[in-house]
Design a protein around this ligand. Structure first.
Ligand code: SAM
Length: 288
């Protein structure tokens, strides 16, 4: 089997199997070897590593991963791609293909079974329609993770990296930065994919923090506060939090906590750093 990652070989495989792209699965296959090399280098894959690949498509990046890693599990939802993957990956004995929806896979169990519970690396050219649930699911399920190196929509990569004071700053930025150190490692134009997506893409590496950068008594409460603040972005922080029924806080309680932390009563959630959300959550947690 010829190496994939260029337009000719990709077209040959698609034609051999009469493959029809399924838009609902966010199928945009990589056809640029430079981008593939960059992803493998950014993920720092070595023979020690167990890698989880999400959405292998026809196996383009999977071939690269198999060349570098100890073992790869590739989870693909589209059953029409399974016979193709069995063909394009037949020369590798260090790959397992699972036909599953990644959002339903018990990834901690997989990490335990395949890697003895040691930190795994996740590498993917993600299906863009479920980028956020995939990333949040990986962090929140406490999968032992070394890093996540993924292709995402450029705008989403920007959102993961920014701090307060920009329009892209939001709950995703704070969640990603609580769990990991984000770095954009490449910008990738639409012509590196088949078919071409309508948006620009970027490869981002999220390196898991060994210790969270802030001290939080109750992570769940902090993330509920963060989500409530950004759900009502135009409101002041005090109004946004008091209006969120799931928190059960009065405006007086919230205002007291805000003032106690030395912030102005009219402050907006979008101007708070992670550290300030942590302090606010610790303060509100103590009030109950
Ligand atoms: N890795 C391939 C590449 O780079 O050429 C394909 C990337 S394509 C952007 C995303 C892949 O994810 C597709 O193969 C799609 O079928 C698969 N996919 C979509 N939703 C999925 C899900 N819920 N679980 C697993 N795979 C999924």
């Amino acid at each position: 089997m010829a190496t994939l990652g260029n337009p000719q070989n990709t077209i040959a495989v698609l034609q051999k199997y009469g493959f029809q792209f399924q838009k609902k699965y966010g199928q945009n296959f990589l056809i640029d070897t430079h981008v593939l090399d960059k992803i493998i280098a950014a993920a720092g894959i070595t023979r020690e590593d167990y890698v989880l690949e999400i959405g292998p498509g026809i196996g383009t990046m999977t071939q690269y991963l198999c060349e570098h890693a100890r073992m790869v599990t590739a989870v693909e939802i589209d059953k029409n791609l399974i016979p193709i993957l069995q063909d394009t990956l037949r020369e590798y004995d260090n790959v397992e293909i699972l036909q599953e929806d990644i959002l339903k896979v018990d990834i901690p169990a997989l990490a335990q079974e395949k890697n003895g519970g040691r930190p795994i690396k996740v590498v993917a050219n993600l299906p863009y329609y479920i980028t956020t649930p995939i990333i949040m699911g990986l962090f929140e399920s406490h999968v032992p993770l070394a890093s996540i190196t993924v292709m995402v929509q450029k705008e989403v990569a920007d959102r993961m990296q920014v701090g307060p004071g920009t329009k892209d700053y939001g709950a995703l930025s704070l969640a990603v930065q609580y769990y990991a150190r984000p770095e954009i490692v490449a910008n990738v134009p639409p012509n590196c994919f088949m078919p071409r997506p309508k948006v620009g893409s970027a490869v981002i590496r999220l390196t898991r923090h060994e210790q969270p950068p802030v001290q939080v008594e109750d992570e769940g409460l902090m993330f509920r506060l963060i989500r409530a603040s950004f759900n009502q972005r135009r409101k002041t922080l005090a109004n946004g939090l008091a209006n969120a029924p799931e928190l059960g806080l009065s405006k007086e309680q919230v205002t007291e906590a805000i003032l106690e932390l030395g912030m102005g009563a009219g402050i907006r959630g979008e101007s708070l750093h992670l550290e300030q959300f942590a302090q606010l959550s610790n303060m509100i947690g103590k009030m109950f």
